[in-house]
Design a protein around this ligand. Structure first.
Ligand SMILES: [Zn+2]
Length: 241
C-alpha cells in the first residue's frame, strides 16, 4: 500500500477508505467513509499513533502500517486499484462523479466481490429526449414513470402531437428536446440525470444481501440509493452525489 498523508489535492482511493474504516472501527475516527485523506483523517491517524507509541506524524508510513496490520488492519491488494464499476455502452460520467463513485464501488467490491454496473450517467436534454422517445415508442407512458406528472404530461402531449403529425423520429426528438430544455430553464428536471452527479446502478442482478450492502455503503458515503424504475432496463438504484 502507498504511504498515505494529507496532501493538496487530497489523496483518494480504496486504501484511504480502508484506512478510515480501520480508524473508525478502533474508535479514532468518526467522520464519513468517503475515501478522501482529509484533516479529520490526519488527526485520527495522529491519535492512533499516539495511542500506539509511534512517532506522531499523521502519515500512514511503513511503521504505522505494520503496527496497524498487527492490529487487524487489512490493506487492499493491488488489484483494487482498477475501478470496480463498469459502464453500459453510451454512459457518460463526469470526472466529479467518477471521483465520488470509485471509492463507493471499491467498498462494495471489498464486501461482495462484485463490480457495480452503471446503466446511466449524466444526460443532456437531447439524450433524455431520445431515451423517453424510445420508451414511449415501446408503449411506456411517462406519466406512470416520473414523479413530476405535470412535466411528464407536457412531454407526453408533445410526443402525441408529433405522432399525429407523423413526424420523423428526428423531428419528434427535436420537439421533445425543446420541451425538456424549456423545463430545465424553468428549473424543472423530469429526471435527476439532467442535473450532474446522478448515476443509475443496476440492481436486478444483485442478491438481496448485496442490495442491503449497497444501500448501507451509499448512506455511509453521505448519499442515498433510491429505487427507481424510470428506464427501459427496469428497476435500479439512483444515486445522487
Ligand atoms: Zn436514475
Amino acid at each position: 500500500m502507498r504511504t498515505l498523508s494529507l496532501k493538496n489535492p487530497q489523496m483518494r482511493g480504496s486504501d484511504v477508505v480502508r484506512w478510515q474504516q480501520f480508524l473508525l472501527s478502533r474508535g479514532f475516527y468518526d467522520g464519513s467513509i468517503e475515501g478522501d485523506f482529509d484533516e479529520e483523517t490526519e488527526e485520527a491517524t495522529e491519535d492512533y499513533q499516539k495511542e500506539m507509541w509511534l512517532q506522531v506524524t499523521g502519515i500512514v508510513d511503513q511503521a504505522t502500517l505494520q503496527r496497524a496490520i498487527q492490529d487487524g488492519f487489512n490493506p487492499p491488494s493491488d488489484s483494487s486499484s482498477r475501478p470496480h464499476y463498469t459502464t453500459e455502452p453510451g454512459v457518460v460520467l463526469s470526472t466529479d462523479v467518477e471521483r465520488l463513485l470509485a471509492p463507493l464501488a471499491d467498498l462494495y467490491y471489498q464486501e461482495t466481490g462484485a463490480d457495480l454496473v452503471i446503466t446511466s450517467g449524466t444526460r443532456t436534454p437531447r439524450s433524455q429526449a431520445e431515451a423517453m422517445y424510445t420508451n414511449m415508442r415501446n408503449g411506456a407512458d411517462p406519466r406512470d414513470l416520473y414523479r413530476n406528472h405535470e412535466a411528464a404530461d407536457e412531454i407526453w402531449t408533445a410526443y402525441n402531437q408529433e405522432q399525429r403529425n407523423r413526424a420523423s423520429r428526428d423531428d419528434a426528438i427535436d420537439a421533445l428536446t425543446s420541451v425538456i430544455e424549456g423545463q430545465v430553464s424553468r428549473g424543472v428536471f423530469i429526471s435527476r440525470h439532467l442535473q450532474a452527479r446522478g448515476v443509475d446502478v443496476r440492481n436486478r442482478t444483485m442478491t438481496s444481501e448485496q442490495r442491503h450492502t449497497f444501500e448501507r455503503l451509499a448512506t455511509q458515503a453521505g448519499t442515498r440509493a433510491s429505487s427507481e424504475n424510470e428506464h427501459r432496463e427496469g428497476p435500479h438504484y439512483h444515486v445522487q452525489f
